[in-house]
Design a protein around this ligand. Structure first.
Ligand code: GLN
Length: 196
């Protein structure tokens, strides 16, 4: 299985390491030719507006959107989640996503005072053990549509919880960064369940 990591901006290396530890071959993707070579794609965390605008510059925006539509397994973490959302709230003016997951995602949802934090998430579909999750100026999922499976929620208050890991068919997205804690459960799920 050859998996590409979109390498325009963001934490590319960490994803490559996690994918290789899960037994996949991983390469960076910066050109339409490299995109053609891969069977699956990871869109890393970083800044969704920057990744989208560099994707236009590198002639990758349309090809990636089309591959996603035609069923290429794709995993997006944080900025990558925003880029897989059909609709973005608090988007920068003119900001576009590749789309694919029938959901509304709010950018920078956790607000300034807790821009970044770590927590343990219970997500039986992904792992038997709690997942150590790092949130960095993270989005959350505000609304999911038909066919979107919620894999993990962040409990904010007693009555307040938001999906932070979702799957729709061959598309997977997390608001957090599993690639920086060394927890392989999300990458393993992607390779073993989503890509198979
Ligand atoms: N806030 C960033 C954005 O809008 C995402 C942050 C991240 O990927 N860690 O793209």
């Amino acid at each position: 299985m050859l998996v590409g990591v979109l390498a325009l901006q963001g934490d590319v290396r960490e994803h490559i390491v996690s994918l290789e530890k899960c037994g996949a071959d991983a390469i960076t993707v910066r050109t339409p030719q490299e995109l053609k070579e891969v069977e699956a794609l990871v869109i890393p965390g970083g800044e969704s507006t920057t990744i989208a605008s560099l994707a236009h510059t590198f002639d990758l925006f349309e090809p990636i959107s089309l591959r996603i539509k035609s069923g290429m397994p794709t995993y997006g973490s944080c900025a990558g989640m925003i880029l897989l959302a059909d609709q973005i709230l608090d988007a920068k003016a003119g900001q576009k996503s590749f789309g694919g997951i029938n959901m509304i995602v709010r950018r920078n949802a956790f607000g300034r005072q807790i821009d970044s934090f770590e927590t343990d998430l219970i997500a039986p579909a992904l792992s038997a053990n709690p997942i150590r999750a790092v949130f960095i100026r993270a989005p959350w999922v505000e609304e999911t549509g038909k066919d979107v499976e919620i894999l993990a929620r962040y409990q904010r208050g007693e009555a307040d919880s938001y999906p932070v890991a979702v799957r729709q068919g061959r598309l997977l997205a997390t608001a957090f960064h599993p690639e920086i804690t060394g927890d392989l459960s999300v990458h393993r799920y992607f390779i073993d369940e989503v890509c198979k």
